[in-house]
Write a protein of this length. Structure first.
Lengths: 852, 194
C-alpha cells in the first residue's frame, strides 16, 4: 500500500473524470446521486461491501422475478434453518466463505491501516496533510455568478475531484470516522457548486434544472418505494414466497384479498348501521329492547356471560335485536331500518360482484396461448434461477425442478397408461362409497348433537358443564379436523394423478364442511320455529300483562302511557334474530380458537419438541416420524372460505360479524406468517398455484350462493319478531322498501315501481336474460373449440414439416451413401477388371447387397 | 481498493472498452474494482477458482458452464477486457440505442444473449445441442433423484419438441424458436449500477 500509488491514482482519476463530465454532466449528476445513496447506506453498517452488494441484488431483483429475493432473504435466515436440518458442516463452510467475501474489503482496509501505522507515522500524516490541502482548495469560497474562466476551471476541477472522491471513498484505506465526515463534506460541496458549472449565460437556469432533475428522480424513486410499502404485508408475503414457493404464498395473497373484501363489508355495516344507531338512535335503557331484563341484570356483566355473548353484549349495537323500528333517527333523519336492509343486501351484492369479477379476470389471464408446446424445453432451459446465492434455497430449487420433471413424467405416463381398469374403477367406487359414509355419519352426528343441545337449552344451561354447553361447536371443529385425514387415507385407494387427487380431496372436504354447515342451519331453523312458538305465548301474555298493568296501577286514566314501568321489567319475546346472530358469532369465535390452538399445538409445539428433543432421542426426529409440519394450503384455504360463508350468512343478524372477522383475519395474517416461517418446512409436493386459484374462487362463489340462500329465506319468509329489531311491527322484513316508496318518494315513482315489479314484466325480463346468457355461453364455447382446432392444426403442421424434413434428410443421406458405394464399387471394378473377370462379377453382387 | 484499482486502468483502455461493450465510464470503473476484488492472485487476470468463490456461481448447477463462458478457448485466465466482453451480454437493452447503429450488432442484442445461453448447453461447441449434452445438463440440474431412464425420456421429449429439421439435435435456430416467447431481453439483463 504505497503512499505514492494513492496520490498518482488520484491524479489519474481526476483527469479521466474531467473528460467524462465534460461530455455528459447530466450523467455525472445522476451517478453522484446514486452513489451518494449507496454511501449513505454504508454509514449504517461497517461491512459496507455487504450492504452495497445486497443493494445491487435488490436492484436486479426488482427487474426479475420475485423469487430472486430468495438469495437475499435466505442469507438472513439460512443459518437458523440450515442448522435445524442438520447440515452444519456445509453450512458453516459456506458461511465462512460468505464471510470472507463480505469482509474482504473491511479486512484489507484494516490491513492497510496497520501497514500504514507500521511503515511510518509520517507517511500517514503526510497523506492526511495532502487530503487537508485538497479540502482547502475545495473550501475556498466561490462566488457563483462572478467567475472568471480560470476560476470556473478551478471550480470545475474541484467539483470533479469531489465527485471522484465520493465514488472511490469506499475503497480508501481510511478509518470510518474519517470517511464519514469527508463524504458528507464532499457531498455538500458538490451539491452547492455543481449547478454553477453551466455554460455561458443560462447558468442559473441550468443550476435550477440540474437541481430539479435530481429532486424529481429522488421523488420518483421514493414514490416507487412508497408504492411497494403501501401494499399491505407485501414484504412478508414475498419472504414466504421465497421460502415456500408460490402455492403457500397464494394462500396468503388470498387471505389479503379476503381482508380487503371484509374491510369493505365492515365499513358498510359499521358506517351505515352501527354508528348511526349508536350515535343518533335512542340511548341504552330507554326502551325495553335496549335494556337488559331485570332477571338477567345481576349476571349481565359477568365474564362468563359476556364471553357467551349474553348480558350487555346481547343488548347492544352488536346484535339485531337492539335496533329500533323508528323510521328516521337523529337530526339527519337517517332512515335506519331502510339502511339496515339495504346494507344487508348491499354486502351480499358487493361480494358477488367482486368474486365474479375476480374470476373473470383470472380466467382471462390463464386462457389462450399455446404455452404448452415447448413444455420440456422451457423446463430445461429456463428453470434455474440464476440469482440464488444461498445453499438452502438452492436445495429447494433443485427439489422443485426435480418435482416439476417428475410431474411432467407422471403426466406423460398418465396419458398412456391403462392398466387393469376394472380394479381401479372398483377401488374408486369403493373410495367414494366410504367417503359418502363418512359424510353421512358426520352429518348425523352433528344433527344429533344439535338436537341434544336444544334439549339442554330448554332445560336451562346452568345445570350442565362446559362440554354440554360447547358440544356443538366442539364436535364441528373436531370433525373438521379429523375427517380430512380420513379422506386422505381413503384417497390413497384411488390412484389418481396428484393434481386431480388434490381437487377430489378439496371437493370432499368442501362437501363435509358444507354438510356440517347445513345441518347446523337446519337445526337453527328448528330453533327459530321453537322461538316463534314461544313468542306467540309471550305476545298473549303481554296483552294480559298490559291489561293487568292498567287495571292495577292507573285504573281510571287509561290513556296514560305505561312510562311508569321500568323498561327492564317489561316482558319481551325471545327475539329469534338475535339468537341466530349469537349462534353465528359463537361459531366464528370457536372456529377461530380451534384454528389458533391447532396452529400452536400442531405446528409450534411439534416444531419445538422435534427441534429440542432431537438431541436425546433414539431416532432422528427431524427426518424420521414426527418431522416438521408442512403448511396445508388446501385446508387453510377451505377454512378461510367457510369462515367467510358464515360471515355472509350471519352478518344480517349480527352487524358485528364483519368487524370480528376483520380482527380474526388480521391476527391470522401475523400469526400464520410467523408460524409458517418459524415452524413449517417447504412442501415436498410443489404444484403450480396459478391453476388452482380459480378453483378456490369457484368454491368461494358456491359458498357465497349457498350462504345467501338461508339468509334470503329467513328474510323473505319468516316474519320478524314483534318487539325487537329494526323491522318489528312489520309482517315481512322487505316491507321496509314499500314503506319508503310510499312515504319518501312521489306517488308516480311508486306506481312505476309497482308496474315494474309486476310478474308479467319480470318474467319476460328473466327469460330474456337467460336467453342472453345461453347465447353468450354457446358463442364462447364455439370460440374455444375453434381455438383448440387451430392449435391442433398448427401442431399437425409442424409435425408434418418435421417428418418431411426428416425424410428428406434421410433420403439425402441414403443418396450420399449410395453414391459413395457406387464410386467405391466402380473403382474396385476397374481395378479388378484388369485382373479377373469373375471377381468383378462377385464385386457387383457385393455392392448390390450393400445397397439393399 | 477502488482508487488503486482504477489507477491501473488507463484512459485509452476505458475508451476502447466503452466502444466495444457500451458500458458507461463509471460502470467500467465500478466493474473494474469488482474485478479487482475477485482477483485474489493480484495478477490482473481471473482464474476459474476466482469465479468459483462467488456463491451464486458456486451453487448454480450450470455454474461451471457459466464460468467457462468467460474464458476463451484453451485458456484459463481472463483479463479485464475479456471479463467486460462477457458481462456486456447482460447489459440491458436501452431504448435509445436500438436504432442507433444498425450495422454493428451490439453484444447485448437478443441474438447474442441467446447465443450466450445456447453456448452454456452446447458443451462441445459444435453449434448443436445433442441428446448427450442435454442429458449431462439434466444430470447437473436434478442430481441423483431421477433415474437415467426417466432423464433419457425427458431429453428425448425435449429434442422431439424443439427439433424441426429432424437431425435429433437442437441447433441455434431451433433454440431461438423455442425461446421465442420468453422475454430474453429482460430476463438476461443485469441492471449494472451507474
Amino acid at each position: 500500500m504505497g503512499q505514492t500509488q494513492i496520490s498518482t491514482g488520484n491524479e489519474g482519476q481526476v483527469t479521466i473524470y474531467c473528460i467524462d463530465t465534460d461530455g455528459d454532466s447530466h450523467g455525472g449528476g445522476q451517478e453522484m446521486e446514486r452513489e451518494s445513496k449507496n454511501q449513505k447506506e454504508k454509514k449504517t453498517e461497517k461491512g459496507g461491501a455487504t450492504r452495497s452488494r445486497r443493494r445491487r441484488s435488490e436492484e436486479r431483483s426488482e427487474e426479475r422475478s420475485e423469487s430472486s429475493r430468495d438469495g437475499r432473504k435466505d442469507r438472513r435466515r439460512g443459518g437458523k434453518e440450515g442448522r435445524r436440518r442438520g447440515r452444519q458442516g456445509k453450512e458453516e463452510e459456506i458461511k465462512k466463505d460468505r464471510k470472507n467475501n463480505k469482509n474482504e474489503k473491511a479486512k484489507k482496509q484494516l490491513e492497510s491501516n496497520t501497514n500504514h501505522s507500521k511503515s511510518s507515522s509520517s507517511s500517514s500524516s503526510s497523506e492526511e496533510e495532502e487530503e487537508g490541502e485538497k479540502e482547502k482548495v475545495g473550501d475556498e469560497e466561490f462566488v457563483v455568478g462572478s467567475l472568471s474562466p480560470e476560476e470556473l476551471e478551478r471550480l470545475k476541477e474541484a467539483v470533479d475531484e469531489r465527485k471522484k472522491l465520493i465514488t472511490t471513498l469506499r475503497g480508501k484505506p481510511w478509518p470510518m470516522r474519517k470517511k464519514l465526515p469527508t463524504l458528507r463534506e464532499s457531498q455538500l460541496f458538490v451539491e452547492k457548486y455543481e449547478g454553477a458549472l453551466g455554460k455561458g449565460r443560462g447558468r442559473k437556469l441550468y443550476a435550477y434544472k440540474v437541481m430539479m432533475r435530481k429532486k424529481w428522480m429522488k421523488f420518483e424513486r421514493d414514490l416507487e418505494n412508497f408504492k411497494t410499502a403501501c401494499i399491505p404485508w407485501e414484504m412478508k408475503i414475498k419472504e414466504i414466497e421465497s421460502h415456500f414457493g408460490s402455492s403457500v404464498a397464494s394462500y396468503f395473497i388470498f387471505l389479503r384479498w379476503m381482508y380487503g373484501i371484509n374491510m369493505i363489508l365492515f365499513s358498510l355495516t359499521f358506517g351505515l348501521v352501527m354508528v348511526p344507531e349508536a350515535l343518533m338512535g335512542r340511548p341504552y335503557g330507554s326502551i325495553p329492547r335496549k335494556t337488559v331484563p331485570r332477571e338477567e341484570q345481576a349476571s349481565a356483566m359477568d365474564f362468563a356471560v359476556l364471553w357467551d355473548w349474553g348480558g350487555y353484549a346481547k343488548y347492544s349495537v352488536l346484535f339485531y335485536g337492539y335496533y329500533n323500528n323508528q323510521r328516521a333517527v337523529g337530526w339527519l333523519k337517517f332512515r335506519m331500518p331502510l339502511s339496515y336492509f339495504l346494507v344487508g343486501v348491499g354486502t351480499v351484492a358487493y361480494s358477488y360482484m367482486v368474486v365474479i369479477r375476480t374470476m373473470a379476470r383470472n380466467a382471462k389471464e390463464d386462457g389462450g396461448g399455446d404455452d404448452t408446446s415447448f413444455n420440456f424445453s422451457w423446463k430445461i432451459f429456463t428453470s434455474w434461477d440464476y440469482l440464488i446465492g444461498n445453499p438452502e434455497t438452492a436445495d429447494n430449487k433443485f427439489a422443485s425442478i426435480t418435482t416439476s420433471f417428475k410431474e411432467a413424467i407422471v403426466e406423460e405416463q398418465e396419458s398412456r397408461k391403462d392398466d387393469n381398469i376394472h380394479l381401479t374403477r372398483f377401488l374408486r367406487v369403493l373410495a367414494n362409497f366410504l367417503v359418502l359414509c363418512c359424510l353421512a355419519g358426520s352429518g348425523y352426528l352433528i344433527y344429533f348433537v344439535v338436537r341434544r343441545s336444544q334439549k339442554f337449552a330448554l332445560e336451562g344451561l346452568d345445570n350442565y358443564g362446559w362440554w354440554e354447553r360447547n358440544e356443538v361447536n366442539m364436535v364441528m371443529s373436531l370433525l373438521g379436523m379429523f375427517c380430512p385425514m380420513l379422506f386422505d387415507v381413503i384417497s390413497a385407494l384411488e390412484n389418481y394423478h396428484p393434481r386431480i387427487a388434490l381437487q377430489w380431496q378439496l371437493g370432499r372436504i368442501f362437501a363435509l364442511f358444507l354438510g356440517n354447515l347445513y345441518t347446523f342451519i337446519i337445526a337453527l331453523m328448528d330453533q327459530i320455529n321453537l322461538k316463534r312458538a314461544e313468542e306467540e305465548i309471550v305476545k298473549f301474555n303481554m296483552t294480559a300483562w298490559q291489561a293487568n298493568l292498567y287495571n292495577g296501577t292507573i285504573p281510571e286514566n287509561s290513556t296514560a302511557p305505561p312510562i311508569t314501568v321500568d323498561p327492564a321489567d317489561v316482558p319481551r319475546g325471545p327475539c329469534w334474530e338475535t339468537m341466530v346472530g349469537q349462534e353465528f358469532v359463537r361459531l366464528i369465535i370457536s372456529d377461530t380458537m380451534t384454528t389458533y390452538i391447532t396452529l400452536l399445538i400442531g405446528d409450534f409445539l411439534r416444531a419445538v419438541l422435534v427441534r429440542f428433543l432431537n438431541h436425546c432421542w433414539c431416532w432422528d426426529l427431524e427426518y424420521g416420524f414426527p418431522s416438521y409440519s408442512e403448511f396445508d394450503v388446501s385446508g387453510n384455504v377451505l377454512g378461510l372460505i367457510f369462515n367467510q360463508g358464515m360471515i355472509w350468512m350471519g352478518a344480517f343478524y349480527a352487524p358485528c360479524l364483519p368487524a370480528l372477522n376483520l380482527l380474526r383475519l388480521h391476527v391470522s395474517m401475523y400469526l400464520q406468517c410467523w408460524a409458517v416461517m418459524c415452524c413449517n418446512v417447504p412442501q415436498e409436493r410443489v404444484f403450480k398455484a396459478s391453476g388452482s386459484n380459480n378453483f378456490y374462487m369457484a368454491m368461494l362463489l358456491v359458498i357465497l350462493f349457498l350462504s345467501t340462500l338461508p339468509a334470503i329465506y329467513t328474510i323473505v319468509s319468516i316474519p320478524p319478531s314483534f318487539d325487537c329489531g329494526p323491522f318489528s311491527g312489520k309482517s315481512r322484513m322487505f316491507d321496509v322498501i314499500q314503506e319508503t316508496l310510499e312515504s319518501d318518494f312521489p306517488a308516480w315513482f311508486g306506481k312505476v315501481f309497482s308496474y315494474a315489479s309486476n310478474p308479467g314484466l319480470v318474467l319476460p325480463f328473466l327469460l330474456l336474460m337467460v336467453l342472453a346468457i345461453y347465447y353468450l355461453h354457446s358463442t364462447s364455447k364455439t370460440y374455444k373449440h375453434a381455438n383448440l382446432e387451430l392449435k391442433k392444426k398448427l401442431q399437425a403442421q409442424s409435425e408434418e414439416n418435421k417428418k418431411k424434413n426428416k425424410l428428406a434428410a434421410q433420403k439425402a443421406a441414403n443418396d450420399l451413401e449410395q453414391a459413395k458405394i457406387m464410386a467405391a464399387a466402380e473403382q474396385q471394378e476397374k481395378e479388378e477388371k484388369q485382373t479377373n473377370n469373375n471377381a468383378s462379377r462377385r464385386g457387383e453382387e457385393r455392392v448390390i447387397a450393400i445397397a439393399f | 481498493m477502488g482508487s488503486r484499482a482504477s489507477s491501473l486502468l488507463r484512459e485509452e483502455d476505458i475508451e476502447e472498452i466503452k466502444k466495444e461493450t457500451g458500458f458507461s465510464h463509471s460502470q467500467i470503473t465500478r466493474l473494474y474494482s469488482r474485478f479487482h476484488s475477485l482477483d485474489k492472485g493480484e495478477n490482473g487476470a481471473l482464474s476459474r477458482e476466482d469465479f468459483q468463490r462467488i456463491p451464486e456461481l458456486a451453487i448454480n448447477p450450470l455454474g461451471d458452464r457459466i464460468i467457462n463462458a468467460f474464458f476463451p478457448e484453451g485458456e484459463d485466465q481472463v483479463n479485464f477486457r475479456g471479463f467486460m466482453r462477457t458481462l456486456a451480454h447482460f447489459r440491458p437493452v436501452e431504448d435509445n440505442e436500438k436504432n442507433k447503429d444498425p450495422t454493428a450488432e451490439p453484444l447485448n442484442s437478443r441474438n447474442n444473449k441467446l447465443l450466450f445461453a445456447f453456448r452454456l448447453y452446447d458443451l462441445d461447441r459444435d453449434d448443436k445441442i445433442s441428446r448427450d449434452e442435454l442429458l449431462q445438463v439434466l444430470r447437473m440440474m436434478v442430481g441423483v433423484n431421477i433415474s437415467d431412464e426417466q432423464l433419457g425420456s425427458i431429453a428425448d421429449r425435449t429434442i422431439q419438441e424443439a427439433d424441426t429439421n429432424g437431425d435429433m439435435s437442437i441447433s441455434f435456430s431451433e433454440f431461438i424458436k423455442v425461446l421465442e416467447k420468453v422475454d430474453v431481453e429482460q430476463k438476461m439483463s443485469i441492471r449494472f449500477l451507474h
